[in-house]
Design a protein around this ligand. Structure first.
Ligand code: MG
Length: 282
């Protein structure tokens, strides 16, 4: 595969991505896929989707897990509802995440990713160790499928994330780096963070955002690529520096406005294409 193929985050019947057809219309060669709902994760559907990808000449680079009951309404709600951290739902979600990994295998995809949730900052808390354990369990399952597990960034500072990866200590555990999330959650400068965690970065989101007035207490605002505080050219230069050569997957989470979503992703494709040329990658 070429270096830095452009990608887009897509959905079938769950998640905030665009439809596969939009990726095709925009001429994007790769996608990440939000795992479809449980009822649609069948071998028949996997086969049909693979055929469709093949017809369109699009490569699937990662399958993202997500769960019912997750809410990104505000930062405290994320802590309570997202990922494998909340104890009440952890058991059933771990089973579902393994099923999602198995579905990704049917799609011949060797990368599974997720928002783990807010990992506690205090390593001596029992909850921290529980999250370490469940992550190991999931890594083991993915390894059995010949897959890597990528953790979406944002909820943790770069230092906390590094510590967590080291505490888990699994060789198929990596990072899906999302620079905008660092800003939206107020967890640190994304460029500095990228330099720190660079050796673990195996997939990335191209998403932009603006800092909140009170970072970490309230949300920043997601904005079209190039209009926020990430600094997309600096972001790409830093990806070059850390030796990243995987896909550049555009994520724009406004599914309630599909026309605007498509137009803005189209703009993002052009911006990334120009910057790749400028940096001598294309
Ligand atoms: Mg993201």
């Amino acid at each position: 595969m070429e270096k830095w193929p452009i990608g887009v985050f897509t959905s079938i019947d769950a998640g905030l991505g665009v439809k596969l057809e939009v990726a095709h219309e925009l001429g994007v060669p790769t996608i990440q896929l939000h795992a479809p709902a449980k009822a649609t994760r069948t071998p028949e559907n996997a086969e049909a989707f693979l055929r469709r990808l093949d017809e369109l000449g699009i490569a699937l680079t990662a399958v993202f897990g997500g769960f019912e009951g997750e809410s990104y309404a505000d930062i405290p709600t994320v802590a309570k509802t997202v990922g494998l951290v909340p104890p009440e739902t952890r058991g059933e979600r771990t089973i579902e995440m393994k099923e999602i990994a198995d579905f990704a295998k049917m799609l011949q995809c060797d990368v599974v990713a997720l928002h783990l949730g807010f990992v506690p900052h205090d390593r001596s808390e029992p909850l921290y160790q529980e999250v370490v354990e469940v992550t190991r369990e999931l890594c083991g399952h993915c390894r059995g499928n010949g897959q890597r597990l990528h953790l979406e960034t944002g909820q943790e500072t770069a230092d906390a994330l590094l510590q967590f990866l080291e505490d888990v200590g699994e060789d198929n555990l990596f990072i899906n780096f999302d620079p905008a999330n660092m800003i939206l959650y107020g967890t640190g400068d994304p460029i500095e963070a990228l330099k720190k965690v660079g050796r673990y970065v195996r997939s990335v989101h191209c998403k932009d955002g603006k800092w909140a007035e009170r970072p970490g207490e309230e949300w920043g605002v997601e904005v079209p690529l190039g209009e926020g505080d990430v600094g997309i050219e600096t972001y790409l230069r830093t990806l070059l520096e850390i030796g990243y050569d995987g896909p550049l997957t555009i994520e724009r989470e406004i599914p309630q406005e599909p026309e605007r979503q498509k137009a803005e992703i189209g703009h993002a494709v052009r911006l990334l294409t120009e910057l790749k040329q400028k940096l001598g990658v294309a």
